[in-house]
Design a protein. Structure first.
Length: 308
């Protein structure tokens, strides 16, 4: 019998690959992780094995489990993200910021572009949330399902703001406030699908170290919250890794890489927080003075300190 970590031959790797794929397929098709006693530790383990064995993103995406957190943890994480993104208010669940051409909905400020908008193809995350909820048998008002496939029914910020107290807008807020767990499940699911891409974007020598850091941080629900909130907050940092821009970037990948410089006596999660603070401070330091990013720094650092 080949040991799980025996990668000395291509044949051994293929046998282990097959076992891992079968295990993940079984996870993906189970309706209740609690019922089958599938622990978050098992899923973390499988994710890291995908990393270390070089599985493609498309294979992982096809088999990623839809739920990584118990509902009780998802509610607690959801409330924190709701406070971070929307101030914890019902009204904040439906917003359209000045200067933007899309609505921001739910605890994660999922983007919803109007029909014919150029951002619909790859950035339209609210319709992706609705598809995820449909596939996982959540109740969704009929008009939301229909509109999600077409585009945001409010075509401008002015139109959106004018409809603030319309019946459909009130129903949309009620729907979002009643489905916090579904939104967290969706955010964790997207995070899981993003992990292979983040690792592939990192310099090859750093990939095992970054994979180990991710695994260690994901040991607790608070660690999962720290990862998915920062990803939602400042992005993945993948494009920045390959760009020639002069300003330092501040995505999740940069935070994971920058943990190299954290004090050695810190725990993985404390090192992650230390690194996130340093990355944000560095970004502001090198930002163009016209952008006045320093005015946001105190709030950003407070948010990151909440990862403890």
């Amino acid at each position: 019998m080949v040991a799980f970590w025996d990668f000395s031959s291509r044949d051994a790797i293929n046998r282990v690959s097959t076992n891992v794929v079968h295990f993940v397929l079984n996870l993906a098709h189970r309706k209740s992780f609690h019922k089958h006693k599938i622990s978050m530790k098992s899923i973390r383990y499988v994710i890291i094995i995908f990393f270390l064995m070089g599985f493609s993103t498309s294979l992982f995406a096809a088999n990623a489990p839809a739920k990584l957190l118990p509902s009780v943890d998802a509610v607690l994480i959801g409330m924190k993200i709701w406070k971070n993104e929307c101030g914890g208010s019902i009204l904040g669940l439906t917003s359209w910021n000045s200067g933007e051409d899309f609505a921001s909905l739910g605890i994660g400020h999922f983007l919803w572009y109007p029909e014919h908008s150029s951002g619909r193809s790859n950035q339209d995350s609210f319709p992706q949330l609705i598809v995820f909820m449909q596939e996982n048998n959540f109740d969704i008002p009929g008009w939301i399902k229909s509109a999600a496939a077409i585009g945001c029914p409010w075509h401008s910020r002015e139109e959106f703001m004018h409809a603030e107290n319309d019946p459909r807008m009130r129903e949309l807020r009620l729907f979002l406030s009643r489905n916090i767990v579904a939104q967290v499940d969706f955010m964790v699911y997207r995070f899981a699908l993003m992990l292979p891409k983040i690792l592939q974007a990192a310099p090859a020598p750093k990939r095992p170290v970054i994979a180990k850091r991710l695994y260690e941080i994901m040991q607790t629900p608070q660690g999962v919250y720290a990862l998915i909130d920062y990803l939602n907050f400042k992005g993945d940092g993948i494009l920045a890794e390959h760009s020639k821009q002069a300003r330092p970037s501040w995505g999740l990948l940069q935070v994971l890489e920058n943990m190299d410089h954290a004090p050695s006596n810190l725990s993985p999660q404390e090192a992650y927080i230390w690194s996130a603070r340093a990355v944000l401070e560095r970004r502001v330091l090198y930002a163009a003075s016209s952008q006045h990013e320093e005015k946001w720094l105190a709030g950003w650092l407070k948010r990151v300190d909440g990862y403890r």
